[in-house]
Design a protein. Structure first.
Length: 266
């Protein structure tokens, strides 16, 4: 297979194969032009500034609004499965998780390979959208990995919502590889909606008329990110001290709530 920027389908195939070889469980492409029109990116500029867990204040940009990096045309979306029997993958220890370390290794390996083998410029973007990151769930939908569920999470046919995401930007113009028609929520009794300890799915808080779009958080606007954030703040205050290798001072381990994810029957 010839890997060039002009051979889009061939490039997508080898990117997929290499990502899987490096440890990805799912992989797909989201075109940046498509991504800019996706629900989360479109609504983010219309919403009030959100000073919550995972946001970053950057000069000249509100929290929650993407800073698009110049010159990049596609996003490679990488997912690794997060089995229920491995909760430690998502435990936040001194600034990171073991699941994210795994994703970083995959993305870094893929970037090095693309740059050396095809001369493709890459950006290993952070999670903070204010620093060049993207809304990963929307990117994953465009990449064909799954759909947004009623619990406001990405739901996949292979792993349900039990997976973790990261992305790599590239300067090659590639088409989005999605979207998937998979959607388990219509026929589900939605146990996720009652699982939240902060009742984040108790009522509709986003309305089409207010935001000028029908695709809203929680599918129908029934998701309260402020309530979700309250639980995350509680989780952070309830940290455990753990010994970190080669570090004299004990680290902090935070186990963030996953009730809406673990209650999902997909």
């Amino acid at each position: 297979m010839i890997m060039t920027k002009k051979n889009s389908q061939g490039l997508i195939q080898v990117i997929n194969e290499k990502a899987v070889e490096l440890g990805a469980d799912l992989v797909g492409i989201a075109n940046i032009a498509d991504l800019k029109l996706s629900p989360s990116h479109a609504i983010s500029e219309k919403m009030t500034e959100f000073n919550g867990v995972g946001t970053s204040k950057e000069d000249g940009n509100n929290r929650g609004v993407v800073t698009w990096l110049d010159g990049f045309k596609s996003a490679v979306v990488i997912a690794v499965a997060h089995p229920v029997v491995k909760p430690e993958m998502d435990w936040w220890v001194s600034g990171n998780t073991s699941g994210n370390h795994q994703l970083i290794r995959i993305v870094s390996g893929l970037a090095t390979w693309l740059e050396s083998e095809a001369g493709i410029k890459c950006s290993q973007i952070p999670y903070h959208i204010e620093r060049g990151g993207i809304y990963l769930k929307d990117a994953a939908v465009l990449a064909g990995l799954g759909c947004i569920g009623r619990n406001n999470m990405l739901i996949t046919a292979q792993y349900g919502p039990r997976l973790r995401l990261r992305a790599l930007l590239i300067d090659s113009e590639l088409p989005s590889t999605g979207a998937s028609e998979f959607d388990p929520c219509d026929s589900c009794s939605a146990p996720c909606l009652g699982a939240c300890p902060q009742n984040a799915f108790e009522e509709q808080v986003y309305f089409p008329a207010a935001y000028g779009q029908t695709e809203l958080p929680g599918r129908g606007g029934i998701y309260n990110r402020l309530a979700c954030n309250r639980e995350m703040v509680i989780n952070e205050a309830d940290f455990e001290e753990v010994q970190i290798k080669n570090q004299e001072i004990a680290g902090k381990r935070v186990k963030y709530c996953r009730e809406c994810e673990l209650s999902c029957t997909a």
